[in-house]
Design a protein around this ligand. Structure first.
Ligand code: FO1
Length: 310
């Protein structure tokens, strides 16, 4: 008897960790992971989808455990040669990872949707749960810094998050259609929980919520919406979350993240050190995921907390 579908929203390395935990405690057909595509970009003539690929590799057990993105057991002949030829080598593409970008670029150019390509790649790599983009239409996160507007990967990788973030924009979001299977799942009346993974709210979760129709479908899906804070002990676990908060004039706290999601949340899971002035229903639990057991334990905590809210 299915307990219903868990729909997880994920972007970046942190989100993929909880998605893995959820995939280990749920039957594959009871988990659907919605991936942020705002990080996507065209680079060296290739269509690159970092958050989809991070989720795919992590759920397939092929991820690079050190970086959290790209593949393990990589070789770097392509990058070495690109460098020698004076090409752009700031975005590291391993030889195995490169094959995925080349094949995806060809299939997208032939008219396949991002969902079709992602579904086939996941099947071929043995990923059980559904991994779907938030939209098959183009949405791109852009960052306004003191030097003007820059593309996300230029900010995040080429400039290593050094520019001061004044504003974020999700270009294309207003015209983007939510991914149809995701909408059908949310409107299907069989959702057990919506889980907002501990991703950067600004660059990983808000792009997903910016796709017209998605936020309302989540709000009206009839199941509890539970977020896990990406802040532990007042600091971001990884990436530029804390730096962005400071630059946007926000307190670096779990409360700030909850505030970004507003009344969408039915529950919020924070680490013991962060249960500050938060009005949402709180559950205090360890949220740092270092081991596989941590990932599974947090997944169980999230599902039990969501169940207590139904
Ligand atoms: N992040 C980096 O910091 N440096 C890189 O060279 C890099 C390459 C890369 C290649 C493929 C891929 O799927 C992700 C990659 N990332 C890299 C991560 C990427 O920037 C993501 O956008 C972040 O994980 C945030 O979501």
């Amino acid at each position: 008897m299915s307990k219903g579908l868990v729909v997880a929203l994920s972007g970046g390395v942190g989100g993929a960790k909880l998605a893995l935990g959820l995939s280990r405690v749920l039957p594959a057909d009871e988990l659907l992971v919605v991936a942020n595509t705002g990080d996507d970009f065209e680079h060296l003539g290739l269509s690159i989808c970092p958050d989809i690929d991070t989720l795919t590799y992590v759920l397939a057990g092929l991820d690079n455990p050190v970086t959290g993105w790209g593949r393990r057991d990589e070789t770097w002949s392509f990058m070495e040669t690109i460098s020698a030829l004076g090409g752009e080598d700031w975005f590291r593409l391993g030889d195995r990872d490169l094959a995925l970008h080349v094949e995806r670029t060809k299939r997208l150019a032939s008219g396949q949707s991002l969902s079709q390509v992602t579904g086939d790649v996941c099947r071929r790599l043995g990923v059980g749960p559904r991994v779907l983009p938030m939209s098959d239409d183009r949405v791109r996160t852009r960052v306004r810094s003191d030097e003007g507007w820059i593309d996300f990967q230029d900010y995040f990788v080429r400039q290593q998050c050094r520019p001061v973030v004044r504003q974020l924009a999700f270009t294309g979001a207003a015209d983007a259609r939510p991914q149809p299977e995701v909408m059908a799942a949310l409107n299907g009346g069989n959702v057990r929980a919506v889980v907002i993974c501990p991703s950067n709210p600004f660059i990983s979760v808000e792009p997903i919520l910016s796709v017209p129709g998605l936020r309302a479908a989540i709000d009206n899906c009839g199941a509890p919406v539970v977020a896990v804070s990406p802040i532990v002990a007042g600091r971001a676990v990884k990436g530029p979350t804390a730096k962005m908060m400071q630059e946007l004039g926000l307190a670096v706290s779990s409360a700030t993240v909850a505030g970004r999601y507003g009344d969408l949340l039915d529950g919020y899971i924070v680490d013991a050190a962060d249960s500050g002035d938060i009005r949402t229903r709180l559950h205090v639990a360890p949220t740092l995921m270092t081991t596989l057991e941590d990932r599974e334990a947090l997944a169980r905590t999230v599902l039990a907390f969501a169940h207590s809210l139904t």
